[in-house]
Design a protein around this ligand. Structure first.
Ligand code: ADP
Length: 492
């Protein structure tokens, strides 16, 4: 009887279930969107019941559509939207408040106060993170401070906290297991990435009772079993936050391996090996995963506007009809004719860190056509990613060998070639670009014996295309210096 790995991918806008076979191929997948709750004061929430029911539905459907049952599944891997915070009552199973989503900025003032009181260095040293509403810590504090009776219940041991992975594990195991993995714990701003334990000083500072926190386990580990998806028990053996799962799915197993996900924004992670590397360029230090008793660290940077620049050409400027059209348009001209576009719509992130910056389109002449502008927009994605890569190289003292890519915009061959040219490294696009789901499937499959070893997995990963650098050094330098000048113009 053939067995499969069931990957459960609980994302920000939808829940997905994907079945993988031994040769890393997708056999079936199901997806279900769930409501986003945007409150008038800018708060962003999810109803935890929507998260859970959408995930359980797709998990059951994906088995049903192939006529499979629990006995056909070797194990389950879970990957999830990170940092999103849920607190629930362990007796009733009911959440005491909606899930506060990672995007929600409601704890801005709390974070500002922590920064003003001088806690930035201490938090960065212990957690690898920059104090920001993004992470779970101040979201937990908000719920305990604002939901009536929550603080008392938490102190008495009635309430449990979890990131989305933890909540799903608890639901799947019907309350038997309250746990999370190292990668998710490292996004809470409560976890000490050096001692590998919840940090008592930070818990005290934020007045969060330790007893509500989950047990932290390896990313490839025995998380118990569920009987809710099929007839019989299915083991849960892999857990990782989405970006770390994608790093694993890209088989970035060695120190210095890089991946970039080209979505609405872009996420870059670099494997930094068995030691955390502290950044001098505003990048985050995080735990990539823990497998076979070995913790691996990563450096993380993001670009706020990547594919979104192409969306803007389509929906804002209306000079293209589809994102895919940008590729032939860019290739129809030999260069941008001196045009640079810096899509700093919401400021600039790493390594520029300028929240006052705004977008710039410069170098226009009478000869400028929409093809030049489209090409400049695609190039802007590569320039921004290149800047993050250079920062990571500076922090780690290691030169990038190859960049592994995934996400919607990685389908654009022009963009991938330009990335290779400008960063002067190979760009590798795998056959299976569902790397997030694949990553948690790998973590699960390693534990349940479905795949033998990480080497075994790496040897079987198939590359769809390898882009290699194809411009002279002088050309690269002149393009980069033009970009730098354009970036300087983003502050009015
Ligand atoms: P997310 O997960 O953030 O929703 P996806 O990975 O689905 O993003 O990628 C969608 C983004 O990629 C959109 O911003 C879109 O503009 C961009 N995109 C999709 N296809 C292409 C393409 N062929 N060329 C350039 N950009 C693309």
């Amino acid at each position: 009887m053939e067995k499969y790995i069931l990957a459960l991918d609980q994302g920000t806008t939808s829940s997905r279930a994907i079945l993988f076979n031994k040769s890393h191929k997708i056999i079936a997948q199901k997806q279900k969107e769930f409501p986003q709750i945007f409150k008038e004061n800018g708060y962003v929430e999810h109803n935890p019941n929507d998260i859970w029911s959408s995930l359980l539905t797709v998990a059951r459907e994906v088995l049903l559509c192939k006529g499979l049952d629990a006995e056909n599944i070797s194990s389950i891997g879970i990957t999830n939207q990170r940092e999103t915070t849920i607190i629930w009552d362990k007796e009733t199973g009911e959440p005491v408040y909606n899930a506060i989503v990672w995007q929600c900025r409601r704890t801005y003032n709390c974070c500002k106060e922590l920064i003003e009181k001088g806690y930035s260095d201490m938090i960065k040293e212990k957690t690898g993170l920059i104090i920001d509403p993004y992470f779970s810590a101040t979201k937990i504090k908000w719920i305990l401070d604002n939901v009536q009776g929550a603080k008392e219940k938490a102190l008495s041991g009635r309430l449990l906290f979890g990131t989305v992975d933890s909540y799903i594990i608890w639901k799947l195991t019907e309350g038997r297991v309250h746990a999370t993995d190292f990668s998710n714990a490292s996004r809470t701003m409560l976890f000490n990435i050096n001692t590998l334990d919840w940090d008592d000083d930070i818990l005290k500072l934020l007045d969060i009772p330790k007893r509500m926190l989950p047990k932290v386990m390896e990313s490839s580990d025995d998380y118990g079993y569920t009987t809710l998806i099929g007839k019989g028990e299915i083991k849960i053996c892999g857990v990782a936050g989405d970006q770390q799962a994608s790093l694993f799915g890209q088989t970035c197993f060695d120190q210095g391996d890089f991946k970039c996900t080209y979505g609405t924004g872009a996420f870059l992670l670099m494997n930094t090996g068995n030691k955390p590397v502290s950044s001098h360029n505003g990048l985050l230090t995080t735990i990539a995963w823990s497998v076979n008793g070995k913790v691996t660290y990563a450096s993380e940077g993001s670009v706020f506007v990547a594919g979104a620049a192409i969306q803007w050409l389509r929906d804002g400027l209306k000079i293209i009809d589809s994102a895919a059209e940008s590729e032939p348009m860019a290739l129809s001209v030999s260069d941008t004719n001196g045009v640079y576009f810096v899509p700093a719509f919401v400021g600039l992130g790493a390594p520029y860190w300028n929240s006052d910056a705004r977008g710039v389109l410069c170098g226009l002449s009478r000869g400028t056509t929409r093809n030049h502008i489209v090409r400049a927009a695609l190039e802007s994605i590569a320039y921004q990613i290149n800047a993050v890569i250079k920062s990571m190289e500076a922090d780690s003292g290691k030169k990038i060998k190859a960049l592994k890519v995934d996400g919607g915009a990685s389908a654009n061959n022009f963009l991938m070639q330009f990335q290779s040219d400008i960063t002067n490294c190979d760009v590798l696009r795998p056959v299976c670009v569902e790397t997030t789901a694949l990553g948690c499937a790998y973590l699960a499959g390693l534990k349940s014996g479905y795949w033998k070893s990480m080497t075994d997995i790496k040897d079987n990963q198939k590359i769809d295309y390898k882009f290699t650098p194809d411009i002279p050094e002088t050309k690269r330098n002149s393009l980069l210096s033009g970009w730098q000048k354009a970036v300087e113009r983003t502050t009015l």
